[in-house]
Design a protein around this ligand. Structure first.
Ligand code: OGA
Ligand code: MN
Length: 282
């Protein structure tokens, strides 16, 4: 039997339905899931309870694993699977995870094509907080009035790790602060990404520091307004995690963020990424 998909909201999100769990792991399923991620931005597998090996197999079958975050963590699991956690026994440097509380795209400051997709398995669901939200920048761009689309034409934004950490900079112990903020990854991207498919999305989020050639306050205000536009309910989806849920999203056409959670909840997510094939292009 093949897998089936059900829409979650009009512009974003599909849920996978299967009869036999094994149906998820076929090459046909990998192709169908990839196409669905491109079409619907977020694909949810409720309570599928993947092992690391199974998650890596799906990641590879859908386009190949790419390692994103430098492993400062002290982990016991598969080296290609990053544990997203505030547990300081595993993650002694919480800044990166605290940074996920703000809208962002993964890997946008790194010198490689942005990862096509991010995959998260929920190992420990928090009782309070810790949902993940997704905002489709394809749908958001599509929904802009024509004159605003034209105003974005040709604009470029500078993205940096420093900008993405600025909302949490005060929480970084002073003796580490300059070193952490000084991670010098900076990259300029077109604000509107015209994909090889011809579809357009926006490259926005907390990594975006300013717009090239615009006064900094006006550029920042524009970037924040675009974030707010994309985050409106019509274009976004909030996923409340149940242990075992697995979610894949199109990192090239969406921002995402975690609703804040406390480390005492024990929240634990296992993350992989699918390599990107396209650099951001205007
Ligand atoms: C990440 C991330 C979101 C979450 O690990 O890059 O954004 O809900 N995670 O944990
Ligand atoms: Mn992320």
């Amino acid at each position: 039997m093949a897998i089936r998909f059900e829409d979650i909201k009009e512009h974003i999100g599909s849920r996978v339905v299967w009869d036999d769990r094994e149906d998820i792991f076929t090459p046909e399923a990998a192709a169908a899931i990839r196409a669905k991620v491109e079409e619907r931005t977020v694909v949810v597998f409720p309570e599928i309870n993947l092992t690391d090996a199974e998650q890596l197999a799906i990641t590879d079958a859908m386009g190949g694993t790419v390692k994103l975050t430098a492993r400062n963590n002290v982990q016991q699991n598969d080296d290609n699977v990053y544990q997203v956690t505030l547990d300081e026994k595993i993650n002694p440097q919480p800044e990166y995870v605290l940074g996920t509380f703000f809208w962002h795209m993964d890997g946008i400051t790194v010198d490689m094509p942005p990862p096509f997709a991010t995959l998260l398995s929920c190992r420990i669901a928090p009782a309070i907080g810790g949902e993940t939200e997704f905002a489709s920048t394809y749908a958001a761009y599509e929904g802009l009035p024509e004159e605003e689309k034209q105003a974005l034409e040709g604009l470029r934004a500078v993205h940096s790790v420093r900008a993405s950490l600025s909302p949490i900079a005060d929480a970084i112990p002073e003796k580490h602060r300059e070193r952490v903020l000084g991670i010098g990854l900076i990259k300029e991207h077109p604000l509107v990404w015209t994909h090889e498919s011809g579809r357009k999305s926006m490259v926005i989020g907390t990594t975006a520091d300013h717009i090239v050639g615009m006064e900094v306050p006006a550029g920042r205000a524009m970037l924040i307004r675009l974030q707010e536009w994309a985050a409106q309910p019509a274009f976004s989806l909030r996923h409340k995690w149940t242990k075992g849920d697995f979610v894949i999203w199109d990192n090239t056409g969406a921002m995402h963020r975690a609703i804040p959670y406390d480390k005492s909840t024990g929240r634990m997510m296992h993350r992989t990424s699918i390599a990107g094939t396209e650099a951001v292009a205007a």
